[in-house]
Design a protein around this ligand. Structure first.
Ligand code: PMP
Length: 387
């Protein structure tokens, strides 16, 4: 057969799918893939049901229904004092993944260098490569996963077109402080680079931490493409409603990509998300508190067993550093062993690296009900030793 597109033909099945399959095969508790086991907020689901039954169900506006674009602008004005024009600076997409693809294809051309931090979310590199871009991979490391001047200095050049930055960072569960954002912003400005900032976890931050959108850092307003996802904001990961926010000159081109990727997104779900974004602050604070409580439950249980937990600052995930345990196995071997021997699935963080992986860190999802977490802990009670 004739050869197919190598960017995609040679890709392995994602680790999330592989571990979820291993979980099914072994009848394991799945703390691998990141989705909550609750049904999601009932009022938002009712708003969607109402929109299906009584609302508009034909093609909506390509840029998203006006109520949602206005709600996104109002939401960010309220939470971050970010002023966006809903008509020229906000677009609705089918999930954060499509938002990222629209942003990357809008910016990157053949030969452009794109700085990407590892651990890297798996959709970025294939799309950069499909656009002809050349990823420049930087390596973040545990336990802090912070940016450094040295690392940025080694990567930014006259050929740098863009930087892709994920904050809060999945899988490391870091919420970046202003200092790191200012450092990155300084390099973007000095080298005239566009920042594509994946902020799908923006609301899932703990312990009073504040998420700071990169677009609000001085000098970044016109060179940042901000990506969001209602799936993460409302614990409804299957809904796949994403947002792109950017200055008109950037958004205009991202919209040209979106028009041929999906063109539109289910209008009824958009209407429900518009309703959800207007919920009072308490909803968001309570969601954070609930998730932080689950994080603490899993952290305490893993620590009791003897796992060194790297404290999670945000996202649905926490990570465990295996190195002090002297198990003499990689994160991947550990994950394969616990899914078969203990019937708990987790994700090896090395899967988020293409080059020079960190091989000692494992990610667990804690966005689960107490009974699920307790059952997983019970099964893992002896897993710090090798049987
Ligand atoms: N970026 C990151 C860092 C994510 O963790 C995810 C979801 N796991 C996405 C993007 C994709 O978001 P969506 O499901 O809205 O496409």
């Amino acid at each position: 057969m004739t050869s197919l597109n190598k960017v995609f033909a040679d890709l392995p099945v994602t680790i999330f799918e592989a571990m979820s399959q291993a979980a099914r095969d072994n009848n394991a508790i799945n703390l691998g893939q990141g989705f909550p086991d609750g049904p999601g907020p009932e009022d938002i689901r009712r708003a969607a049901a109402d929109a299906v039954l009584n609302g508009y169900n034909q093609y909506p506006s390509m840029m998203g229904i006006p109520e949602l674009r206005q709600a996104i602008a109002a939401h960010y004005r309220h939470w971050h004092r970010l002023d966006l024009d809903p008509m020229t600076e906000v677009m609705v997409t089918s999930g954060g993944t499509e938002a990222l693809t629209s942003a990357i294809l809008a910016v990157v051309e053949s030969g452009d260098e794109v700085i990407v931090f590892q651990p890297v979310y798996d959709s970025y590199l294939p799309i950069i490569r499909q656009a002809g871009g050349i990823p420049r991979l930087l390596r973040l490391e545990p336990p802090h996963w912070r940016l450094s001047e040295e690392m940025l200095k080694s990567a930014f050049t006259a050929k740098t077109k863009a930087v892709l930055f994920n904050n809060p960072l999945n899988p490391a569960a870091v919420v970046y402080p202003r200092e790191d954002l200012e450092l990155l912003a300084r390099y973007c400005q000095e080298f005239d680079a566009i920042a594509i900032c994946d902020e799908v976890w923006e609301h899932v931050v703990f312990d009073g931490r504040e998420h700071i959108p990169l677009i609000t850092i001085p000098g970044m307003r016109d060179r940042t493409i901000k990506v969001g996802s209602a799936g993460k904001i409302f614990s409804l990961t299957g809904w796949k409603i994403g947002f792109v926010c950017a200055a008109p000159a950037l958004l205009r081109v991202a919209a040209k990509v979106h028009q041929f990727l999906t063109f539109t997104t289910a209008p009824n779900l958009q209407a429900a998300v518009a309703y959800g974004l207007g919920k009072p602050d308490d909803y968001f604070h309570d969601m954070r508190k609930d998730l932080a409580r689950s994080r603490d439950r899993l952290t305490a249980g893993l620590e009791r067993i003897g796992f060194p937990v790297l404290k999670s600052q945000g996202t649905y995930f926490l990570t465990v550093d295996l190195s002090p345990l002297k198990l003499n196995e990689t994160d991947l071997a550990f994950c394969k062993r616990i899914v078969t021997d203990y019937k708990v699935a987790a994700i090896p963080v090395s899967a988020f690296y293409e080059k020079d992986p960190v091989t000692t860190v494992v990610r667990f999802c804690f966005a689960k009900n107490d009974a699920t977490l307790d059952a997983a802990l019970e099964r893992l009670s002896d897993a710090v030793h090798r049987r």
